[in-house]
Design a protein around this ligand. Structure first.
Ligand SMILES: Nc1ncnc2c1ncn2[C@@H]1O[C@H](COP(=O)(O)OP(=O)(O)OP(=O)(O)O)[C@@H](O)[C@H]1O
Length: 309
C-alpha cells in the first residue's frame, strides 16, 4: 500500500545542503501498523510527510496506493486519513461541526455519531476546539482523520498527551482499523506504544533506517536478558570484593533505583548458583530479583548509545 525506496531529502542550509533523509526504504502493508521509531530529529516526521505527499523527496521513489502521492489528485486524498502532530484543527469551530463538515466532503463517509461515541467526543462536541484540552484535541484529530473511511492512515505521535484511558480508547480503535484491513503508519517516541501496536517497526536514526522488522525480530537477537536484583541496603566493600569473579556486578540503575544491581555473565545454572551462594555467604536476602526479555526500549537505547559514542 505504501512503498518508499531509497528516499533522500535535502534542504538548503547555511553551508551547503543539509541531508535530512539519507536513503529511507520500507513498505507498509494493509491490516498492519507500521511504527516509525527513533530519537528526536531522526527524520520520522519528514518521512511521514513525504509518504503522504505533503513534502517532496529530493530523490527516490514513493508509491502510495499505486501512485506518487506528491503528484496525486483528489482521488488519492479521499482514501488517505492524516492526523498531524499538534492537531492542525480550526480553533473557532466546535468538534461536531468540524466532523459533520468533513463528512460532507466524502462520498462514503463514516458515521459521525458512531465515531464520536467510539472516541468519547460527545461530552465536548459542542465546545470550540480552542477550548479543548490537548487529549481531547488529539481524539478529535483522530476522528477527523477517519471520517472519510480511509484505506491508509498516517498518525504523527497519536498518543502524545493522552491520559491512560484516552490512550486505551485510541489504541482499541487502531486495533479495529487494523482488523478492518486499514494500513496504519504512525510515528512515536513511546517504545511501549510501538511494542503494543506495531506489526512492523522501522527504527530511524540520523536520516537512515537503522533496523526494521517485527518487535519479536528486533528484540530476539542473541541477547541474554539481564539478571537484576534489589537489596534493602547498600552493599559493603567486603561484600563487593567477594562477588563471584566470573560475573559482573553493575550499579546501572543509579539514584532512581537505589540498591538495585544488574549482573551480567549469567549463562548457565552454575552461574546462577554462584550468585545465590554469594547471597547465602553474606546473608543477603533480595527484596526483588528476576530476568526479563529484551524490550524494544533496550534496542532503542542500544541505537541511541551509538549516537553518543
Ligand atoms: N525544512 C527544513 N529545513 C532544515 N532542517 C529541517 C527541515 N525540516 C526538518 N529539518 C531537520 O531535519 C531533522 C529531522 O526532522 P524531523 O522533524 O523529520 O525529525 P523527527 O524524527 O520527526 O523528530 P521529532 O521526534 O523531534 O519530532 C531535524 O534535525 C530537523 O531540524
Amino acid at each position: 500500500m505504501l512503498s518508499l525506496l531509497n528516499v533522500h531529502r535535502d534542504v538548503a542550509a547555511r553551508h551547503g545542503r543539509f541531508h535530512i533523509l539519507k536513503g529511507i526504504s520500507f513498505d507498509a502493508e494493509p491490516g498492519e501498523v507500521t511504527a516509525l521509531l527513533g530519537p528526536n530529529g531522526a527524520g520520522k516526521t519528514t518521512t511521514l510527510s513525504i509518504a503522504q505527499g505533503i513534502d517532496k523527496a529530493t530523490s527516490g521513489t514513493v508509491q502510495l496506493l499505486g501512485v506518487d502521492p506528491y503528484r496525486a489528485g483528489a482521488d488519492l486524498r479521499s482514501q488517505v486519513g492524516v492526523m498531524l502532530q499538534g492537531g492542525g484543527l480550526p480553533m473557532a469551530v466546535t468538534g461536531q461541526r468540524l466532523l459533520l463538515h468533513l463528512q460532507r466532503l466524502y462520498e462514503q463517509p463514516a458515521d459521525v455519531e458512531d465515531l464520536m461515541e467510539r472516541l468519547q467526543i460527545h461530552d465536548f462536541k459542542d465546545r470550540q476546539i480552542r477550548r479543548l484540552s490537548g487529549g481531547q484535541r488529539q481524539r478529535l484529530g483522530l476522528a477527523a482523520a477517519l471520517v472519510g473511511r480511509p484505506r491508509v492512515v498516517f498518525l504523527d505521535e497519536p498518543s502524545a498527551g493522552l491520559d491512560p484511558i484516552s490512550r486505551s480508547i485510541v489504541f482499541d480503535l487502531i486495533e479495529e482499523l487494523k482488523a478492518a484491513g486499514v494500513c496504519i503508519i504512525l510515528t512515536t517516541h513511546l517504545l511501549e506504544d510501538a511494542q503494543r501496536l506495531a506489526d512492523q517497526v522501522v527504527l530511524i536514526r540520523d536520516g537512515r533506517v537503522e533496523n526494521s522488522g517485527t518487535v519479536e525480530q528486533l528484540t530476539a537477537t542473541d541477547f541474554r536478558p539481564p539478571f537484576v536484583f534489589k537489596l534493602s541496603a547498600p552493599l559493603t566493600d567486603r561484600q563487593r570484593a567477594d562477588f563471584p569473579q566470573h560475573l559482573t556486578l553493575v550499579d546501572e540503575m543509579g539514584a532512581s533505583r537505589p540498591n538495585t544491581w544488574r549482573v551480567s555473565g549469567i549463562e548457565t545454572p552454575a552461574d546462577l548458583h554462584a550468585l545465590t551462594s554469594w547471597w547465602v555467604q553474606h546473608d543477603l536476602m533480595p527484596c526483588d530479583f528476576g530476568m526479563s526479555g529484551k524490550s524494544l526500549e533496550d534496542v532503542f537505547w542500544e541505537l541511541t548509545a551509538h549516537d553518543e559514542a
